[in-house]
Design a protein around this ligand. Structure first.
Ligand code: DLZ
Length: 155
């Protein structure tokens, strides 16, 4: 999927509580995604920013489901899944994507989707918001989560 076309968002997240739930596989990429998300939340003046780590991307939906029952306004889900030689990639990607979709739709709590699904580590590093990366998917997911909270308030 091309990263072109992402919106430029000027958002005021003051008064919001947002938790970043982050998998732990591929630590260099994860460090970049988490830093990007936290930086973006701070730039949007989100007053309560928390971080919850889980082992892998497969565990993101259950963590998000539990968080959605707390007082959070939004969740940012971050993970990196890199294709290997077995079908495991497809199962983990599908579990994370479908699980997070179910949580956000069923609970109404916006979830910024920052799970990278890449062919190799180079692709992931290029999206991780690190020095030299072309994209910052952690920041994009954080902005999407806050933008959705604000948009839904307007209904
Ligand atoms: C098992 C596994 C594999 C092979 N690859 C990844 C990966 O690239 N990214 C990731 O976030 N998690 C991976 N996992 C771990 C699963 O998400 C999960 O944590 C384990 O299957 C234990 O439930």
């Amino acid at each position: 999927m091309s990263g072109a076309g992402a919106p430029t968002l000027e958002l005021d997240g003051s008064g919001l509580a947002v938790t970043v739930v982050a998998a732990s596989w591929h630590d260099v990429v994860m460090d970049g995604l988490i830093a990007g998300a936290v930086r973006a939340l701070e730039e949007m003046r989100v007053h309560d920013v928390r971080l919850l780590r889980v082992p892998g991307s497969f565990e993101l939906p259950v963590a998000a489901a539990r968080l959605a029952r707390t007082s959070v306004d939004a969740i940012v889900a971050l993970g990196v899944v890199i294709r290997g030689g077995t079908p495991h990639f497809d199962y983990v990607c599908s579990a994370a994507t479908q699980g997070l979709t179910q949580v956000t739709v069923r609970t109404g709590v916006p979830i910024g989707f920052g799970v990278l699904t890449c062919d190799d580590e180079a692709q992931a590093l290029d999206r991780a918001g690190l020095p030299g990366s072309r994209e910052d998917k952690g920041a994009e997911a954080a902005q999407a989560a806050v933008a959705t909270v604000l948009a839904l308030r307007g209904i």
